[in-house]
Design a protein around this ligand. Structure first.
Ligand SMILES: Cc1cc2nc3c(=O)[nH]c(=O)nc-3n(C[C@H](O)[C@H](O)[C@H](O)COP(=O)(O)OP(=O)(O)OC[C@H]3O[C@@H](n4cnc5c(N)ncnc54)[C@H](O)[C@@H]3O)c2cc1C
Length: 226
């Protein structure tokens, strides 16, 4: 929360009170609620799959990959991405694969709840039909991978109206908003960190962040994007 005298105050769940001149909020899928943005951002339910390939060794040296596939009917599907087999990581008896976009082929999933009203209402149960659908997509592309499903997990993308990022100063300059990044923010962390530090310390940055500002994103929203 914020208090008078321009102070930024955080009360932790363990009862500690932290005070600073400025603060950075980076709450991921909770941004609409915490930043008071109403429906500016859209939370998407995403499912991650781990399949057991017929030959695990074969997947040891696979690079990290992304594949914009076409469906049998020639429609553009969502992009699939995956990883090599990673011993020592979770679900190591399988190989991780997931879908980046929702696709125009209906492969976004069989669930009606792809867009939870609130991140607290995310449906974390994965239906058998979702696993079968993924298997049917993976099968023609990587036949040796479309075997037994060993695990699934659900997580959330926080989509901005232009499928880019959001980083901005709250009017008054005491709070930096950051985090929503439409599912591709992790690799930008070094640069985003620099931008956030610039904004927090100096109230400005040399980087062009105009397309990631709240007002700009509201314009996109107004044009009917997402
Ligand atoms: C399935 C999936 C695959 C992805 N793949 C890629 C990829 O290949 N490449 C890439 O670049 N990016 C990828 N991303 C996106 C990347 O994970 C995010 O861009 C990145 O995690 C955003 O980091 P963040 O710290 O801003 O937010 P988050 O990692 O979402 O962290 C926000 C944190 O804030 C906490 N929080 C929320 N509300 C409060 C509160 N009121 N008080 C205290 N804490 C709170 C949450 O619990 C959470 O821990 C992927 C995302 C998903 C879901």
């Amino acid at each position: 929360g914020e208090e008078g005298y321009g102070k930024f105050v955080v009360e932790t769940s363990s009862g500690e009170t932290l005070r600073a001149a400025k603060g950075v909020l980076s709450v991921g899928a909770w941004a609409n609620e915490v930043y008071g943005f109403e429906d500016l951002l859209k939370v998407e339910r995403r499912v991650l799959h781990w399949f057991k390939p017929s030959d695990l060794e074969l997947y040891r040296n696979l690079p990290v990959w992304i594949w914009q596939y076409e469906t049998g009917s020639g429609k553009q599907g969502a992009a699939l991405y995956g990883f090599p087999h990673q011993p020592g990581y979770s679900h190591a008896e399988g190989v991780k694969i997931a879908r980046h976009g929702l696709g125009k082929d209906g492969s976004g999933g069989t669930k009606d709840n792809l867009f939870p009203e609130s991140p607290n209402e995310l449906d974390r149960d994965v239906e058998e039909g979702e696993i079968e659908l993924m298997k049917s997509i993976v099968g023609p592309l990587l036949p040796t991978l479309a075997g037994e499903s060993v695990a699934t997990e659900t997580c959330m993308y926080t989509m901005t109206p232009n499928e880019d990022f959001l980083v901005d100063l709250k009017p008054g300059g005491k709070v930096v908003y950051v985090s929503p990044c439409s599912g591709h923010g992790f690799k930008m962390v070094p640069c985003m960190g620099e931008i956030v530090a610039d904004l927090a310390m100096n109230g400005r940055t040399e980087y062009d962040i105009s397309f990631m500002g709240v007002e700009e994103l509201r314009k996109w929203k107004g044009k009917g994007a997402k």
